[in-house]
Ligand binder design. Sequence first.
Ligand SMILES: Cc1ncc(COP(=O)(O)O)c(C=O)c1O
Length: 376
Amino acid sequence: MIPLSVPHIFGNEAKYVQECIETGWVSSAGAYVTKFEEVMAEYTGAKYAVACMNGTAGLHLSLRLINVKRDDLIICPNITFIATLNAVTYACARPLLVDVDTKTWQMDMDLLERKLETETYQEGGNTYLKSSKQKIAAIMPVNVLGNIGDMEKMLSIAKKYNLPIIEDSTESLGSFYKGKHSGTFGKLGVFSFNGNKIITTGGGGMIVTDDEELAKRGKHLSTQAKISAHEYIHDEVGYNYRLVNVLAAIGVAQMENFDKVLKRKHEIDAFYKAELQAVGDIEFQEVLDGVDPNYWLCTIRTSKMRKLLQYLNERKIISRPFWMPMNQLNMFKGDPYFTDENHSAHIYENCISIPSSSNLSNEQLETVVKTIKEVY
Ligand SMILES: Cc1ncc(COP(=O)(O)O)c(C=O)c1O
């Protein structure tokens, strides 16, 4: 079996976990939580980092932190993993879906700019959708597959329409735009350490921000909004969204080897491109000038997607289709969707993710490529 994207554990993980167990610091307090937050803040260049139990919780918390209200709209790409929109729904808000760029597969910023111009109005410093009079409360771009879209355009849109940015950077640890790390462009950015991500804690997440107040309140809300260390007094409805020390310990160990993992991801991408770019109608995600992606999960676009999917999986080369676009899911069919040509549908019908784990051997990569070529 050649897996799709699995944990790569080859450092101090067991040692640090053992230490947690031996000292009894296995739960939500402990030095590794703070250490992991420091490591993540330093790596991303954010001033503050708040650990949480997973990326979905981090996104939900972030929406609470910017005081999203019931029925507010959050601008999200139509192609993303469901967790982005689940978090929006937990916050009692609704998505305003935006089609993706046909080349980068990221939220189409030109389309967003055009539609905001014609479909919205401004009042009292806020932006509202004309058709429903709902307030647009934030933009939540997603760095799909570790790639990054046109951030400059996004920043100018956010400024013009007075919209805070929460970056769903769950897939893009190690991705940079003009030297700046993903997740650090807006008010808040969120990372995931799910088992399939570029590093993992088994399950985990991290919010990053430069805003001290947001960081403090994020920690507070993730800790049941408890105001005293020794008494059970709470000042608002909070969550038990903390990351536990034993998982943070794994995160610290994973980050010690992150450079090696990132280097291997780049090698895997370069190998696939060299071998597959000229095969049949295979295309890769376009990377814009100034973007340095982490190449988390290699995904190719081809009209033979369904055939390839079956052929590879039958041979135990684990491959997956892309996420069904959000506007096609029952829960979001009625939500507004900015699109001209519905590129999302074509991308969904033609994209397939192929094995990309950083612990794949060169022999395994050659097997993947050889098997793909058999289909053309
Ligand atoms: C785009 C996207 N958003 C959100 C999440 C949620 O992260 P988690 O699984 O840590 O809750 C993930 C990953 O699973 C994701 O890929």
